[in-house]
Design a protein. Structure first.
Length: 160
């Protein structure tokens, strides 16, 4: 009986380790909608890459807000892009449609030197079980890499 429990525990650990190894070190950022809302942008039809067309809200956790202020990001600083489809709501108005993706950057300088000290992950449709990033964040980083002088971020400390 005892052995069976030990085996179950060992299997559980193995499963957890496999999940960790596969998750780029990023947990789904529960509660991000209560974080600091840094800005909203709209990528209109015609924007490249086409997949990024939509309304996107950028959120920063407390450590990320502090990092924007000081220029130094502590491990755990996190940004989220919450992207939605948009639709014509009539009367020259756009409304927010279905969620496309929740994209995340988490600071962990020692673990991710090849992607600027940031871990990248994206959750399709905002589903915690649908992870998109399979290459350790290399493809994500291609667009962020040119912004080395701003900690590889598009976000700046210029919003109230
Ligand atoms: C085609 C270029 C491109 C690629 C590829 C890209 N990003 Fe970005 N990313 C941007 C732009 C542009 C912004 C600024 C968006 C805004 O201002 O609304 C941004 C902003 C962000 C932010 C907010 C922090 C910041 O830099 O301001 C996060 C988080 C983010 N991206 C995550 C990701 C993830 C995760 C991936 C890969 C799944 C990814 N990005 C791939 C262009 C890109």
């Amino acid at each position: 009986m005892k052995n069976r429990h030990l085996l179950a525990a060992a299997l559980g650990l193995a499963a957890a380790w496999t999940a960790l190894a596969d998750d780029n070190g990023i947990a789904f950022p529960s509660g991000y909608r209560t974080w600091f809302h840094h800005r909203t942008t709209v990528n209109m039809t015609g924007h490249q890459p086409e997949g990024n067309v939509g309304i996107q809200h950028v959120y920063a956790n407390a450590a990320a807000v502090e990092g924007l202020r000081t220029g130094e990001f502590a491990d755990g600083a996190t940004f989220v892009v919450d992207r939605f489809h948009y639709q014509d709501a009539g009367n020259s108005s756009l409304s927010q449609g279905a969620r496309k993706v929740v994209a995340v950057m988490v600071r962990n300088a020692a673990l991710h030197p090849e992607t600027g000290g940031w871990a990248f992950e994206a959750f399709k449709g905002g589903d915690p079980n649908q992870r998109v990033v399979k290459d350790g964040g290399k493809a994500c980083f291609t667009c962020h890499a040119p912004y080395a002088d701003n900690n590889y971020l598009f976000s700046k400390n210029d919003k109230p």
